[in-house]
Design a protein around this ligand. Structure first.
Ligand SMILES: Nc1ncnc2c1ncn2[C@@H]1O[C@H](COP(=O)(O)OP(=O)(O)OP(=O)(O)O)[C@@H](O)[C@H]1O
Length: 647
């Protein structure tokens, strides 16, 4: 049976046209609302399965206001809009719509958008249900397994981490009748590694004497309400929860969610999770914790009474127990280096999405590791033994990109001497990475959208359509919302790709990963160049930490490579971080010899400056350099030259 649809549209003609198209397609129209208040009434009385909602409506409230309500009620909705500026688009995005139709649209676009919305809603519900079922099962397994406090809590944290984001988990408990409690705090220190935070480490990290910390504990209240606290709400807890205040100060936490419960052996427990993000938690996270209450109680029940008693006997201390289990090795992420909270968040997300067929959109500055993360997604997915095809949309000339992607038949156009299999066909049953998707020409975006929606391609000059089964990963360093707002990227394609966005943090937001990355590249280039550099001096590491890395990890990699080639002793003791333009203008004289790459880089930048950053066309950089624009683009990528570098 077809779904019941509510149309929320204040333009009479458009609303009627929608009604006609949808009724013909077999949908049941439960009504047409002209304003948010009318829509709210119809939603209550008619209970539609879907809502089509125009953003700008009669009255003060917009479709975005209505969407917030629809999200809370779990009713899928698709936006209709003629044009939207960046601000509206950003606001619309936060409501997590199931689709977006840009007016004017064809009947087919409407029907396909509804089908996608239907699929995504069902898929979301199902995958949520499936992964929660697995999570519950995992928690009951932890309940049954042998283990002390440490192992039980760490195992619980590990299975929770991909469903509930956190940087630290704190478990506190006390017998119901007692005032004193014991507790354990575990900080994420790697993808599945946790570090115990004890009173000693707290005292060391905060620079406060042990006695003072014990005193704070004495005056701390135990959480007895299930709730989340973001930003200022979190700060308001500090007077009654001095330990939270201390945690926030030492570790930079800005949000917290708490689930208290009572176990069958009459202990009061509280599980408290912390994040550095200001808006770290929401109602959905709390609902999840409520739904997991029973298995979580079962795990805490399963910790022997003896253990609970002995933990309590160390009178209300945050006890440190040595780790019994070695941290799990984590081979699935390949050579992704780094343990910063920002990177761990990314890893949690990709672990969550890799197993499904969901499209992933990787966002991040150039050189932040988008391609590397795409590799990890493919390798963690059930498609890992099938092909993984990478396409750089920026490096392909517009005239060739269509045949590259979809292939062509022999004789399809002048020069098509042979039949050619396109990248999509090559990626069948596997994964395709559409890198630099923001550079894809508009004409081709329409074609890509159809492939995504209809899951079939047509070779140029071919008569048949070919069914394909490809998982899409798209990546870009552009602000796609801005591209949409400025008319360079289709809104409907943006929504189709933005099903599961993952933002890769720039290196300056994860400076703690710099030493490990630098050593990783040192080993790699040692091996490649046959050198035997054994380390990096503290001074060099310090200047690396102070630098802002506009070219991110790629820039760091090039720098380490160069330092290895130039190093005279067994240590990297000098590093030539690129000078900020003004400083170089002041003329730092040095005996510094540039590598071939650096000379090439500087030369290309100087040409680009001359042509105001233009790559294509008459008198532009590619023509002056006498190389095809696509070659110039890939050279720029390889050498870490971004348009922003060109003043
Ligand atoms: N976490 C990481 N650990 C180790 N190496 C990394 C990591 N992230 C990135 N790299 C390395 O840094 C370089 C740049 O990464 P990558 O090409 O994936 O970036 P990108 O975001 O796709 O860049 P662009 O937007 O310019 O295409 C590569 O050599 C990659 O192997």
């Amino acid at each position: 049976m077809k779904e019941k649809i509510l149309i929320v549209e204040d333009q009479f003609v458009e609303a009627d046209y929608l009604r006609l198209m949808l009724t013909q397609a077999g949908y049941i129209i439960t009504g047409i609302a002209r304003s948010v208040s009318q829509a709210e009434q119809l939603i209550k009385s008619e209970k539609p399965d879907f809502v089509l909602v125009d953003i700008f409506l009669k009255g003060k409230q917009t479709g975005i206001d209505l969407a917030k309500q629809l999200s809370a009620d779990n009713i899928p909705f698709v936006y209709l809009s003629a044009n939207s500026d960046e601000e509206v688009l950003n606001a619309a995005k936060t409501t997590e719509p199931y689709g977006f139709l840009v007016k004017p649209f064809r009947e087919k676009d409407l029907l396909v958008a509804l089908e996608i919305a239907h699929y995504r809603h069902k898929h979301n519900q199902e995958s949520k249900w499936r992964s929660e079922k697995q999570l519950t099962k995992d928690l009951y397994t932890i309940e049954k397994e042998e283990g002390n406090w440490n192992t039980k809590v760490i195992e619980t944290a590990k299975v929770l981490q991909k469903h509930l984001p956190f940087d630290c988990v704190d478990v506190k408990f006390k017998p119901l009748e007692s005032r004193h409690y014991s507790g354990f705090a575990f900080m994420r220190a790697g993808f599945s590694e946790y570090q115990t935070i004890d009173l000693n480490s707290l005292s060391n990290m905060s620079g406060r004497p042990m006695e003072e910390i014990k005193d704070l504990l004495e005056h701390n209240s135990i959480d007895n309400t299930a709730k989340w606290y973001n930003g200022d709400d979190f700060k308001k807890l500090f007077p009654v929860h001095p330990m939270k205040a201390l945690f926030a100060k030492v570790f930079g936490f800005s949000s917290n969610i708490v689930l208290p419960f009572i176990t069958s052996d009459s202990y009061m427990f509280s599980l408290s999770f912390f994040r550095r993000l200001e808006e770290g938690y929401n109602a959905e996270h709390l609902d999840l914790l409520f739904r997991l209450q029973q298995p979580l109680i079962a795990v805490m029940n399963s910790i022997s009474a003896n253990e609970k008693r002995s933990a309590l006997s160390i009178h209300h201390e945050l006890t440190s127990i040595p780790h019994r289990k070695a941290p799990d090795p984590n081979p699935d992420f390949g050579t992704i280096i780094g343990k910063s909270p920002a990177l761990l968040n990314v890893m949690d997300l990709i672990e969550q999405v890799a197993y499904s067929d969901t499209s992933v959109l990787l966002l991040g500055e150039s050189g932040t590791g988008k391609e590397k993360i795409a590799d990890a997604i493919h390798n963690l997915s059930p498609r890992k033994n099938k092909s993984f095809i990478k396409v750089n949309c920026a490096a392909l000339p517009p005239t060739l990109i269509e045949s590259e992607l979809f292939g062509h038949e022999k004789g399809a156009f002048t020069g098509a001497n042979d039949k050619r299999i396109g990248k999509f066909e090559k990626a069948d049953h596997g994964t395709i990475l559409l890198d630099e998707i923001g550079e894809m020409p508009l004409e081709l975006q329409v074609k890509l959208l159809r492939v995504l929606q209809e899951k079939e391609i047509e070779r140029i000059g071919g008569r048949d359509t070919l069914k394909i089964n490809v998982r899409i990963i798209a990546a870009t360093n552009k602000n796609l919302e801005k591209e949409v707002a400025e008319g360079r990227f289709r809104l409907d394609l943006y929504y189709r790709l933005n099903v599961f966005p993952v933002r890769l943090p720039p290196l300056r937001e994860r400076k703690e990963d710099i030493p490990a990355l630098a050593y990783h590249f040192m080993n790699y280039y040692n091996h490649k160049s046959g050198k035997k550099i054994s380390g990096i001096s503290d001074n060099v590491l310090k200047s690396m930490m102070a630098y802002h890395w506009p070219g991110n990890i790629r820039e760091l990699e090039h720098l380490v490579e160069r330092s290895i080639l130039l190093a005279r002793g067994s240590l990297i003791e000098e590093i030539q971080l690129p000078a900020i333009p003004k400083t170089s203008a002041a003329g730092i004289e040095s005996s510094y010899i540039k590598t071939i790459h650096e000379n090439e880089r500087d030369y290309i930048i100087s040409i680009l400056k001359k042509c105001n950053g233009r790559i294509w066309g008459a008198g532009a950089a590619a023509e002056i350099l006498n190389i095809p624009p696509s070659t110039l683009k890939s050279k720029m990528k390889k050498l870490g030259i971004k348009k922003e570098f060109i003043p």
